[in-house]
Design a protein around this ligand. Structure first.
Ligand code: FAD
Length: 447
């Protein structure tokens, strides 16, 4: 197999390649270590070499060479995924897509951009024209738009626009197939969902067309509450208040704020908080809605320029990271609450796991309804107890997207691959070379 890789490298010509095993092993990892379970399962998994295409024609050459030699190819962008999405299970090529950053064009409300562009770089360009991405993960400062679409789900902005899965949140994707003669396919409208959260198993995305939102001057706000349920109830009212323009509403239970490093001066002892991003012209209405139910402890313009720590880096999966910085014994879950019994279920889960599951909610729209995604911090005992906590949630109608598994199927709601994605994979990756093992129900008809 070494010979096979040597022949592959020789065919790549002037396309940059990294073979230093230390570098290759380090870049083959992502943030799967958040999960003690994945940390064991994925330990030591690595690519054999990194190939860094400079443009789409390089991507096509790499795809052709990998198909000819039957070498696996796993795309890596920012490497910030949480489930080992970008960790190659069977070696081969780690395709570093981060040079494909060109913005092809920006029009009012829409842009076309290289898949390797970082989301903060995209926003910096579009904000100059009064627009910004509708949503971004809390890893916006390091993650790419292609990695978000292929490995993520939603984030800051989803309180208004829902997740990436909603109709209209991905307008088009351009993908390169892994065949001896690769094709370039344009997926438009709902067909673009074939690459959404497929972990790069259904084609190499080279460009994306994404809808934009009007950009606002956002204000980072922290509100302290005596009781977590008050923070959740006010967050719900603010989420439902359509006249208040917001990008983020995240209730966080005490004691989680006690881990919040630089934010601690704004987190009074014993208080739960609501973290919010509110458009400046809506701030007055937001405060009027709040009344004297909570105390505003921070109010400052959002700043995510280099060197700054924006407030959103305490939300979504950054909440877990802030705690992990000083306590490596915790892990987390990803919940979806039922929209019609939201606060009731939040209170129920709270009573079920006092001190063991520390609640952190994210208000989102889901299928047009306002509800909460939850990323609670869990004090980890063992895998058995973690699975028990998951079933106890599900038995009571709180759905869990398990973040302790690495396949597309196990991480999905129905524990199976989307039929469209599975069928499309047969077309674009006939030999099963793209991130092998991640779409476990795929059986190649040709390999
Ligand atoms: P990578 O990790 O490099 O890749 C992710 C997946 O996409 C891999 O399977 C990879 O193979 C595939 N991929 C990447 N680029 C391409 C391409 N061009 N073509 C085909 N496949 C490709 N996620 C959220 O959705 N919301 C959040 O709020 C959020 N918060 C996070 C907070 C923290 C602290 C951490 C560590 C992670 C968080 N994540 C979140 C997960 C992750 O950061 C995001 O999904 C991010 O957008 C991934 O982008 P990336 O560039 O790092 O992708």
């Amino acid at each position: 197999s070494l010979n096979k890789l040597d022949r592959l490298v020789a065919e790549l010509g002037d396309i940059p390649v990294v073979t230093d095993p230390k570098v290759v092993r380090r870049r083959s990892r992502d943030f799967f270590w958040y999960s003690p379970i994945l940390n064991e399962l994925l330990d030591g998994k690595s690519a054999d070499l990194i190939v860094a295409p400079r443009d789409e024609s390089d991507v096509i050459r790499v795809a052709a060479a990998c198909a000819r030699h039957r070498v696996p190819i796993t795309v890596r962008a920012g490497g910030t995924g949480n489930y080992g999405q970008a960790v190659p299970l069977n070696g081969g090529v780690l395709l570093d897509i981060s040079a494909l950053t060109d913005i092809e064009w920006i029009k009012p409300g829409v842009l076309r951009v290289g898949a390797g562009a970082k989301m903060n770089a995209i926003d910096a360009e579009t904000q100059a024209q009064g627009f910004e991405l509708r949503m971004h993960p809390s890893t916006k400062r390091t993650a790419t738009i292609g990695g978000f679409v292929a490995g993520g789900s939603g984030g800051i902005g989803s309180v208004t626009y829902g997740g990436l899965r909603e109709h209209g949140n991905i307008l088009a994707a351009r993908v390169v197939t892994v065949e001896e003669k690769p094709r370039v396919i344009e997926l438009r409208r709902d067909a673009a969902q074939k690459i959404n959260r497929a972990y790069g198993t259904t084609g190499i995305i080279t460009a994306l067309e994404m809808p934009l939102a009007p950009s606002w001057k956002w204000i980072d706000v922290v509100v302290a509450f005596d009781d977590f349920m008050d923070a959740a109830a006010f967050g719900y009212e603010a989420a439902l208040a359509d006249g208040i323009v917001k990008k983020l509403l995240a209730p966080v239970t005490w004691p989680l704020p006690s881990y919040f490093g630089a934010l601690k001066p704004h987190c009074p002892d014993g208080k739960s908080i609501l973290i919010a991003m509110i458009a400046e012209p809506s701030l007055e209405s937001f405060k009027a809605l709040l009344g004297n139910r909570g105390t505003i402890t921070l109010e400052t313009p959002t700043d995510d320029s280099p060197g700054q720590v924006p407030l959103y880096e305490y939300t979504w999966n950054h909440t877990t990271l802030q705690v992990l910085k000083s306590d490596r014994s915790v892990t987390y879950l990803q919940c979806l609450y039922p929209h019609d019994r939201l606060l009731e279920k939040v209170a129920e889960m709270r009573e079920l796991f006092p001190d063991e599951v520390l609640q952190h909610l994210e208000f989102i729209r889901f299928g047009g309804r306002v509800t909460c995604s939850g990323l609670p911090v869990v004090r980890f005992r063992d895998a058995h107890r973690l699975n028990e906590i998951i079933s106890l949630h599900e038995q009571r109608g709180v759905y869990i997207a398990n973040p302790h598994v690495y396949t597309v199927e196990d991480g999905s709601r129905y524990k199976r691959a989307d039929a469209d994605q599975l069928g499309f994979k047969q077309e674009v990756d006939p030999f099963g070379l793209l991130n092998p093992g991640k779409m476990r129900s795929f059986v190649s008809a040709r390999a």
